[in-house]
Each structure stands twice: as structure tokens, then as C-alpha cells.
Design a protein around this ligand. Sequence first.
Ligand code: PLP
Length: 383
Amino acid sequence: MKFDLEEYRSAWQLDPNVHHINHGSFGAIPTVVREEQARWSDHVQNNPVQFYAREAMPAVQAARGKIAEFLGQRADQIALVRNTTEGSSTTMRGFPFKAGDEAVVLDHEYGAVTYGVERAIVAAGGRLVEVKVPRLASDEEVVKIVEAAFTPKTVMFVVDHVTSATARTFPVQALSDLCRSRGIAIVIDASHVPGNIDLDLDKLDPDFWFGNLHKWCSAPLGTGVYRIADRWKEIMRPLIVSWQDFEPYPLQWDMLGTVDLSAWLAAPTAIDFYAKIGWDRARKANIARMRYGRDLAMAELGIGADQLREEELPLGVVPLFRMSGGREGCAALQAKIATEYKIEVPITTYSDSELYFMRISGQLYNTALDYEALIPMIRKELK
Ligand SMILES: Cc1ncc(COP(=O)(O)O)c(C=O)c1O
């Protein structure tokens, strides 16, 4: 089996002794991006004062402009943050929750984001409402389940566009329309979206939207994006108070004290890397890899396609019906597979679902061998 764009395997410098089929967690950056980031770091160290006192702000603004353009936005519509955890925490700490308010999240939501919602709403004297959604529920069913969870007290709804543990999409446009009609703020966790799903953010116009470029755009770690709808711009401020604090959005976020800016500055190189290949072609090539691996694993486990929700994504899950042990069990099995079989693949679960998955990613550096390596592991560990 040969995949399209296999010649790009050498564009990365990943450990050749490991099968890397977990691009979804922390990405991995191609050599050109590593070099660009190193170039920025060297440049800063040649004269740190020159850089931070005179060059940093225009450089960040130029990078932000390119990243915003890639997202179909103007430069003043996107703030740069370190990651979606920061986008989420900023939203929750700044949102004007009041006593009695309810915030609705789905049980598929990323745990750290749910913790942030809970901490903020409980502190205000409100309540977190976690809604269970069957993992294979259709988009229409999801909208109905969410609608049924809303009450006159609901002020916020938080949803993953692409979930982490279950690698499924939720219908963000329909959910956004529903929230708009009910006067409920929608918060979209788009961690896996940039690079995978083209969006018209102006049409969607979520109240709050945050995503990562260090996942599917292969930008350096610490490249997050944060979009706030115009109606919230006066209210929402960075978590860290800096000299920029009285600037308008998104300038307040451009430099929160002295920090390493090399990730943001090198991020446009990552966008160019895929743009030169062609985003569509790269995405298709990644999806084909993931499907090859996922289908091999499903066949080996004897699991039928009825246990799948097919998505146009380069990450997909294989249900593990014989697993147990909660998050600790997942971490232990993941570590065992990494050390004994040299395969980096995440084992996931969510909420208190007692459902477990092996999440398989496809990226241009993967060959069929990376996925075929799963077979002996499955025979020994998962059957
Ligand atoms: C859906 C989702 N939300 C949030 C995050 C957190 O991302 P980060 O650690 O970059 O903030 C992740 C990371 O995997 C994720 O998958």
C-alpha cells in the first residue's frame, strides 16, 4: 500500500524507530518550520533588546495577519494565544456569570475545558450541566438533545467542533443558530479545526471560538487562535494583565509580558508548507492514511462499520469493547503500546462513559507500515 505524498515523510525528523500515529495530540513540525522557529530564536538572541523593544510587535502583527488570512479573517478578528486551554480559560474567567446561571457542556467535551467552565460558573453561584450524547448520535439528534437541556437559566453552551476522545464532529452551525435564537452564548472549542475544516467564521459568528495551529497545521507548539464576536470585545480581556491592557482587541493579546514569540512567528511557515502542497490534497492524503489504519484495526478486532461515524477527518477512533480501568487504564495501555511496540497511539475515554477508543491519526509522514504495526499489538493486547 502506497499513499499519496509519501515523499513528504522526510520533511519531518521524527524518531524513525517509532510509529507516530498520534498527530492529533501534539502535532509534529516539519523541518522547515523547526528551522524557521530556530532562526527567530537566534535572531532574538543576537540582540534581545532590539527585538523586544522595536521588532517584536510588528513581527507579531505580521504573523497574526497571515494566520488570520488563512482562517478567512481580517487581522483584527483573531487574537494569538498559546493554546485552546488559554482561549477557554480566558473566556470562562471573563464571562459575566451570575448566581443561578447554567452552562451546558456535552460529555464529549475536552476535560480541561469542562473544568474551566465548572470552576467559573460554580464560583459565580451557578451550575454546570453536563449532557450525555450517544457517541454515534446523528446531527439532528444532537441538536434535539442540546435543545432539551436548555432552560431559561442557560447562559452558555460549550461544544467541541471536533471532539478529542471520540474524534467526531458536532453540527456547530445548527447549534449556533439554536443558541442565537435562545440568547445563549456559544463557545466553540475548535482545537482540531484549523487545517482540517474550512469555515466561514463570519457566518458562524460564534460568541467565542478558539483553536490550535500546533495540531493539524503543524505549527510550533504554543500557537493558538482566539476569536471573540464583536459583541464581547469590550468585556473579554486577557488572563494576564500587560502593558497592552488598554489596547483594543486583539492587540491586548499580542505580548503578555516577555515571552518566547518564536512559535507564533514561525507559524506562517507551517501554513505555507501545506499551501505549497495544496491543502485539499494534503487533507485527502491524511484522511486516506487514517482510514487505512482504522480499517485494519477494526477488521482485526472484528468490529463492523455500524460502530463508526464516518467523518472527513484525519483522526478517527476504533472502539475497544474489552477495555476497562478508566483514564488510568488508558494511560497504562498507551504507555505499554509505546514502550513495548514502539507505537505512539492514544487510548481515550470520556466523561464517565466506560467507552474506550484507540484514536488513529494520519499525517504525511505516515506509511502503511505505521498502521500495520498495530496488528501484532492488537492480537496480543486487545483481543
Ligand atoms: C478538543 C480539545 N480541546 C482542547 C484541547 C487542549 O489543547 P491545548 O492543550 O493545546 O490547549 C485539546 C487537545 O488535544 C482538544 O483535543
